[in-house]
Design a protein around this ligand. Sequence first.
Ligand SMILES: NC(=O)c1ccc[n+]([C@@H]2O[C@H](COP(=O)([O-])OP(=O)(O)OC[C@H]3O[C@@H](n4cnc5c(N)ncnc54)[C@H](OP(=O)(O)O)[C@@H]3O)[C@@H](O)[C@H]2O)c1
Length: 244
Amino acid sequence: MRKSVLILGAGSDVARALARELAQAGYDLQLAGRKVEELAKDARDLEIRFGIQSRALYFDALDLDTHQSFYEALKPRPMGVVAAFGLLGEEDLARHNQQEWLRIIHTNYTGCVSILTIAANNLEQSGEGFIVGISSVAGDRGRAANYVYGSAKAGLSAFLSGLRNRLHKRGVRVITVKPGFIKTKMTRELDLPPRLTASPEEAATDIFRAISKRKDVIYTRWIWRWIMLVIRNIPERVFKRLSI
Ligand SMILES: NC(=O)c1ccc[n+]([C@@H]2O[C@H](COP(=O)([O-])OP(=O)(O)OC[C@H]3O[C@@H](n4cnc5c(N)ncnc54)[C@H](OP(=O)(O)O)[C@@H]3O)[C@@H](O)[C@H]2O)c1
């Protein structure tokens, strides 16, 4: 039987690169996001290039009330689900503006919990499959520069860890992806250090390998695992004085 993967936030640069990897490996794809017309073009392109079946679907992570019916309408039910959507937001604005911090938290945390809870319950019944959640190194330690976003990603990492613990016995794998820097639409305004910055294609290859090799948690680029080990271990009395 053909295997279908659902990609949520499929317009993300990382998600688009991952879609190509998955299509090349023969997975059919359901591309979900807010810009359906653009996703439909991607779906057609993937079908022509890789001979798979693909289609585009409307999905808004913030529209929680629609998540159950969205998932129930999927045909076929996916055996893999990738949550790639995310929002860096404007941290300075979030310090004063309730709408902004709510948008950041609901996109990166609540929206993910909502749709992945539905996906998890469904996959649990079938007794196989995988869930990929794209979190961030920003969730490993709160920093002045992006602690609202970081706290949402920290919540997401904890959620995925618990989900993995729950679903391991049921044959469903849960993979947490913690990117450092990736050169995408999200970071186009930022001046990123080249040695620590992955391309979307490099991040996608790391994610695809994690799915194939049954990994639990990966950092991309891998060096971030060690960078964050150091950063997590800086004593709070020192950390609070730093600007990193
Ligand atoms: N780039 C980095 O350095 C970096 C580092 C750590 C973690 N990450 C994480 O990696 C993931 C992929 O991000 P990216 O770097 O590829 O950024 P991106 O190209 O900006 O993609 C983000 C995607 O999220 C979608 N999205 C935002 N809000 C949504 C909503 N309410 N409903 C549905 N989709 C929504 C956007 O869709 P629209 O096009 O409709 O806005 C966009 O396609 C994200 O979870 C991000 O937090 C990225």
